[in-house]
Design a protein around this ligand. Sequence first.
Ligand code: THU
Length: 135
Amino acid sequence: MKPDDTTYSKLIKAAQKARDNAYAPYSGLSVGAAVLTDKGIFTGVNVENASYGLSMCAERTAVFNAVAAGARTITAVAVAGGNQEPLPPCGACRQVLAEFNPGMECLLIGASGETRQYNLSELLAHPFLSTHLAK
Ligand code: THU
């Protein structure tokens, strides 16, 4: 955990609570996410669709929610979900998270509370960033 276990505990609880609102009637896999930002904590859930490919992951919902509220820097993300093991964010979510800090901490929480912590740079090496865009 660290840097500030209390804040991280709050972030984890927020992700776990958000998970109750996941909309996952097709996969049955409910996921909640919470991001710690310069404007506070924002949550998200996975939102599935009858047109399966339109479904959205919890992590991206949380990021978009935070950005819509004016946040621009994310220092940590907590992801609560999975049937047992902590759920690793999918590749698309890793890339979207990296936009707002490729070095953020990722707290992955399993069904029984088991926590795995990674730096995003471990989960997504060499992200595509704004610095790669031609000026
Ligand atoms: N899911 C997430 O919410 N986050 C991930 O990083 C992986 C997958 C959701 C999407 C879909 O609603 C369900 O899990 C099954 O793929």
